[in-house]
Design a protein around this ligand. Structure first.
Ligand SMILES: [Mg+2]
Length: 314
């Protein structure tokens, strides 16, 4: 288990393996970096990845859970790294699939960890849902805390035009929200023609107690039962990345996505044309990286090393 990124602190800081070098353990260390002593997965530095012409021009989307903290434990050096990225002139947007806290609550929580950010810099899935489902009658199975962000949606118990599933959290509220009775109600609405949406479709997430089952399992269950396909509103949906780039007035090929989730963060961002950095914290698993066909542009031990890594780019 990688606890809050500490495991990587004395190991490799930057792992970049050029495409020609498919030799495990052949890592190129950045300035101040240390080549990994253990084998690292073969990573391809995509020549078309478009190294940024000027560090000050880069836009950076930063995932929160698993990148800045794990279960409320800040990752060592993460907040300082964000401050340094700002000092370097990068434009930042914090992009989260968190579905259990309102934007205001999340922003306040992050400030409590020492992160400098304004509420408006934080993009949540509920805010995306409010935009997508504005004016509709919606049966929402979501944690109560995010209801404030569903502004403009008419929440109903039956006769819905859309069913919206949120995410799970570590409290017992999850059991109530995704009770058999509620899931059966959602199924009935789908049978009567409602469309299925979800804030995300994550399989699991990393907590200080270990991996926990996420609500993607409930989404998949309803898809299976009702014979429908859910529209995902959070990462890795194109709409989510589009909204983030629009907020920064950024071009995809000049934007980096920094995340710990190979599918939601890395693959999703790549499909939208962004460059990607995978961190070895949070839900990162070395064996997953070895098995996947998803190839991030770079892997760093933790976001703590990102400013230094960006600076050493030609
Ligand atoms: Mg994450």
């Amino acid at each position: 288990m990688l606890a809050a990124g500490a495991a990587g602190a004395r190991e490799a800081q930057f792992d970049l393996v050029h495409g020609e070098s498919h030799r495990a353990g052949h890592a190129k260390a950045g300035r101040g970096g240390v080549a990994s002593a253990r084998p690292v997965p073969c990573l391809t530095w995509r020549s078309h990845a478009g190294r940024i012409d000027s560090a000050a021009m880069a836009a950076i989307l930063v995932d929160i859970d698993g990148v800045l903290h794990v279960s409320g434990q800040p990752i060592p050096g993460a907040m300082e790294a964000v401050a340094e990225l700002r000092r370097q002139g990068h434009r930042l947007r914090f992009v989260t699939n968190n579905t259990t806290r309102s934007r205001a609550m999340l922003a306040e929580e992050m400030r409590g960890y020492g992160l400098e950010l304004d509420d408006s810099e934080l993009q949540t899935t509920a805010v995306a849902a409010a935009r997508a489902l504005a004016g509709k009658r919606v049966l929402a199975l979501v944690i109560a805390a995010v209801v404030d962000d569903l502004e403009g949606i008419e929440l109903v118990g039956e006769g819905a035009e859309a069913v919206l599933l949120g995410g799970a959290d570590e409290t017992e509220e999850t059991g109530r929200v995704f009770s058999y009775m509620n899931l059966a109600r959602a199924f009935a609405e789908l049978e009567q023609g409602a469309d299925l949406y979800c804030l995300h479709k994550n399989q699991w997430w990393q907590t200080s107690r270990g991996p926990l089952l996420d609500s993607g399992a409930f989404v998949a269950g309803l898809e299976y039962a009702a014979g429908v396909e859910a529209t995902v509103l959070g990462k890795p949906s194109p709409a989510y990345f589009e909204a983030a780039l629009a907020a920064l007035d950024a071009e995809p090929d000049l934007t980096w996505m920094v995340g710990d989730d190979l599918e939601s963060d890395i693959a999703g961002a790549q499909r939208y044309g962004l460059k990607t950095v995978l961190v070895r914290t949070g839900k990162f698993r070395p064996d997953q990286l070895e098995r996947t066909t998803v190839v991030p542009d770079a892997v760093v031990s933790s976001i703590a090393y990102l400013p230094e890594w960006l600076e050493q780019l030609p």
